[in-house]
Design a protein around this ligand. Structure first.
Ligand code: PGA
Length: 227
């Protein structure tokens, strides 16, 4: 099962150096994807026993986009995955921009991890369907993509849906992907921790997107042994 660690805008260089030290003692693990903030990517890019991911990418190829980072630049630092459309970013971007980001990733050999999920427990499924359809409209079935189902109400809240609830949404995501002739791994994200993982691992998912727990390095690395 895949574990994607989203460190968000947390920690500092000294902490990431500590993580790198810990990783050196670990066995090679291609199922682990680490997503530090952009500025720390170069520190991670020389090691090849895990995968490196970015937390966002520009929708533009290059040029006058002040403050943004292109997929081509990420590739130079061995980034092979990129979170796209995280709920903490969706308020700043449209579905059209998210689709362009997905495209930039695949054109540069980076696997996009597209985040989708309802805002509230009683939100309609239409939003998830619409988010998937627009983001993957131009994606061919041969391209590598990942979907992270992240109910917004569960992100960082400590509240986790039941396995039944997650499985229903995963089914909806799979059916929507099928209508686009796509099949891809699906992750669950939202308040995953070392206590609830033993229940969550029985969901019909291929891995987990971890936020808060990523900041506790030993627990993050230990999580893999609980799967
Ligand atoms: P959380 O974050 O694990 O802290 O809920 C998940 C995410 O934002 O991807």
């Amino acid at each position: 099962m895949q574990i994607v660690a989203n460190f968000k805008m947390n920690l500092k260089l000294a902490d990431y150096k500590q993580l790198l030290k810990l990783l050196k003692k670990e066995k090679e693990d291609t199922n682990l994807v680490l997503c530090p903030p952009f500025v720390y990517l170069p520190y991670f890019s020389k090691l090849n026993y895990y995968n490196l991911g970015a937390q966002d990418v520009s929708e533009n190829k290059c040029g006058n986009s002040t403050g943004q980072v292109s997929a081509e630049m990420l590739k130079e630092f061995s980034v092979s995955y990129c979170i796209v459309g995280h709920s903490e970013r969706r308020k700043f971007e449209t579905n059209k921009q998210i689709a362009a980001k997905v495209m930039q990733c695949v054109q540069n050999g980076i696997t996009p991890i597209l985040c989708v999920g309802e805002k509230h427990k009683n939100s309609k499924d239409e939003d998830i369907i619409e988010d998937l359809l627009t983001a993957f409209k131009q994606i061919k079935s041969t391209e590598k993509v990942i979907v992270a189902y992240e109910p917004v109400w569960a992100v960082g809240s400590g509240e986790v849906p039941t396995n039944e609830y997650i499985n229903k949404k995963v089914e909806l995501i799979k059916n929507t992907l099928k209508s686009l002739k796509l099949k891809c791994p699906i992750l669950y994200g939202g308040s995953v921790d070392e206590n609830n993982i033993s229940t969550l691992k029985n969901c019909k998912v291929d891995g987990f997107l971890i936020g808060g727990l990523s900041l506790k390095f030993e627990k993050l690395l230990g999580l893999r042994r609980l799967l």
